[in-house]
Ligand binder design. Sequence first.
Ligand code: GLN
Length: 245
Amino acid sequence: MTMELVLAHLYPQHMNLYGDRGNVLALQYRSQKRGINFRVVDVEMGQDVDWQKVDIVFMGGGEDSHQAMIYEDFLGRKNSLAEALFRGLPMLAVCGAYQLLGHEYMMANGQNLEGIGFLDITTKPGEKRAIGDVVCDSLLGLEPKTLVGFENHGGQTFLGEKTRPLARVLLGKGNNGEDGTEGAVQAHTIGTYLHGSLLPKNPQLTDLLISWAVSRRAGDDVVLPPLDASWELAAHDVILKRVKI
Ligand code: GLN
C-alpha cells in the first residue's frame, strides 16, 4: 500500500516570508521521490483541522502586523494543536510562527501577543533587527551538521528549561544574539529563525521531518531509503562558502 502524508500549511496567506513555501515544496519533493503521496492542505483563519489526519505541520514567518492578525485564531487552536504536538506530531515553525509557539511575543510596538505556549520560549523586541545569513551547527546529530539560512527578525527569543536549542550559531544572531543558540526543539517540533528557504538548502533536516512523519504513521521507526541530495547540498555549500567562519 502506498503511504500518504498530509501536511497542514497554517496561514499561508499571512505567514509566508522570504520563500517560506519552499519548505513545503522541499518536503513534498523528497517524499514523492521516495514514492510517498504527499498532500498539502492550506489552513487559513477560521478553518477547522482534524489533527488526527495530519502528519506534518508547517507555518512560516510574518510581519508583526500579520502575526497580530492571525494570533487569536492560532490561540483558538491551542488545546488541540499543543496536544497533537505533545504526542509527537512533527511541526516546522519559522520565525514569526516560532515566536507564536512560545509563551508570548512582545512586538516592536510593545503590544504583547500571547502564544500557544507549546515551546518554552519567550520573545521580546531587540534593540536592532537581526538580518543576514546564518550558519549554525545543529544539535540533532544530522549530517551535514551545519544548517544554513537567512534571518530577518526584530524579536529576541530566550529559551526556558523545557526546550533545548536546535543549533549553536557560527554566523549570525540566531535566537537572541547573546547566548549563541538558534531555534528550539521539543518533541518533534522544530522552531527556527532560519528562512531562506530553509529546507531546500538543508536536505538532512527535510529528511528528518519526513522520517518522523513516516515513523509516526507506520507506528515504528522507519529508516528512509537514501536519496540523492547533491543539488540541495551544492546550494548549502554556496552559503557556507559565502561566509568566513
Ligand atoms: N515579526 C517578527 C519579528 O520581526 C517575525 C519576523 C519574521 O517572521 N521574519 O521578529
